[in-house]
Write a protein that binds this ligand. Structure first.
Ligand code: 3PG
Ligand code: MG
Length: 394
């Protein structure tokens, strides 16, 4: 079901509450990666240009219903002001009298930012009182926080009961692009999914869902151990449970999709940045070694498959990409995805987005999702509560 869009909503002269996901990386109280703030700018600029009075709200970190000084949004407000080219006011709160006063004093085209929503225990509890309070600040509610759409909280779900509730431009684009990679038609095929991650249990729902939607799945990351175990081979030093091995076996046997696993891997005797890295054929992994990356033959094969794809979806690194000795497989895959200009390429958020960001490849990818957990749940085929709560399009 399509959701009502900010594009078709009259906001001029109205007060609009916009939920964004400004849960951004920060160090020493300064924003170190403003991708999520930039991603919300199209919606915020549209509202400003149309003369709305804009109250922006977000969570940050996990303060668990209390004020935590280091989790205040002041550094985010500073960065947002720079990016919008105007002073975003401090609406304080996130509850009490000040936000009400600041919101009602806003002039058309002005912005204010509410304090971290999770300072109020009503946020995560999806409390009706807090939801009504938030709704009382505005005339229209816009959800542009795709990254938090898997959370059923007051600002993502509850508030939508009390106001016209519409999707922002980022929310729309996320749903469109992530939806597109799970649609297998002639124009889009071959659809190739690349799925990495440490444990098969964390990714099994995604793998099962994608297996019904795509032509091929390339497997990487520590979870390859379960696939080797499924073939009766050594998965190295990690303990592969019977459950994980049978989940992997089930995927390998799935009809209608080709599940490709590495032919070679990089291993180390311990999980440490400078541990000795050794290359092994997949059929020959020593029982004492941990699998920390895919090997060069696998990288080459995966890159060839990726170069022929028309649609690409990638979630999860191929190895421990934060450590240079175990980053080559992830880098090779990232470069192959970026190099395929004929394909629609979508990167699930979280560590995969971080990886393509660190390689400077974001501009060569069709869409890099701002959602970590949210994109994962979307790829699992789940309905995101923050999306479900929005008004249906006419
Ligand atoms: C994220 O960073 O994935 C989102 O902002 C959600 O944060 P949460 O996992 O703390 O709910
Ligand atoms: Mg006003």
């Amino acid at each position: 079901m399509r959701k009502r869009s900010i594009r078709d909503t009259d906001v001029t002269g109205k007060t609009v509450l916009v939920r964004v996901d400004f849960n951004v990386p920060m160090r020493n109280r300064a924003v170190t990666d403003d991708s999520r703030i930039r991603a919300a700018l199209p919606t915020l600029n549209l509202l400003g240009d149309r003369g709305a009075q804009v109250v922006v709200c977000s969570h940050f970190g996990r303060p668990k219903g209390q004020v935590v000084e280091e989790m205040r949004l002041a550094p985010v407000r500073a960065r947002l002001s720079e990016l919008l080219g105007l002073a975003v006011q401090d609406a304080a709160g996130p509850s009490g009298e000040t936000p009400v006063r600041v919101a009602s004093a806003l002039a058309d085209g002005e912005f204010a930012l509410l304090e971290n929503l999770r300072f109020d225990p009503g946020e995560e509890a999806n409390d009706a009182g807090f939801s009504k309070y938030l709704a009382g600040l505005a005339d229209v509610y816009v959800n542009d926080a795709f990254g938090a759409a898997h959370r059923a909280h007051a600002s993502t779900v509850g508030v939508a009961d009390y106001l016209p509730a519409v999707a922002g431009l980022l929310m729309e684009r996320e749903l469109e692009m992530l939806g597109k990679v799970m649609t297998r038609d002639d124009a889009a095929s071959p659809v190739v999914a690349i799925v990495g991650g440490a444990k098969v249990a964390d990714k099994i729902q995604v793998l099962r869902h994608l297996a019904r939607k795509v032509d091929m799945i390339l497997i990487g990351g520590g979870m390859v151990a379960a696939f080797f175990a499924a073939r009766g081979e050594s998965g190295g030093a990690v303990v592969v449970t019977g459950e994980d091995a049978s989940a992997a076996a089930g995927l390998l046997d799935t009809k209608g999709v080709e599940v490709v696993i590495p032919t070679d891997v990089i291993t180390a005797p311990e999980f440490r940045e400078n541990a000795t890295a050794t290359l092994h054929k997949s059929s020959n992994i020593p029982r004492a070694e941990l699998i920390l990356d895919i090997g060069p033959d696998t990288s080459k094969k995966y890159s060839e498959i990726i170069s022929k794809a028309r649609t690409l979806i990638w979630n999860g690194p191929m190895g421990v990409f934060e450590w240079s000795r175990f980053a080559r497989g992830s880098e090779a895959v990232a470069r192959a995805v970026a190099a395929n200009r004929q394909a629609t390429s979508v990167i699930g958020g979280g560590s995969t987005a971080e990886l393509v960001g660190s390689l400077g490849l974001v501009d060569q990818i069709t869409h890099v999702s701002t959602g970590g957990g949210a994109s994962l749940e979307f790829l699992e085929g789940k309905v995101l509560p923050g999306v479900a709560a929005l008004d249906d399009a006419e």
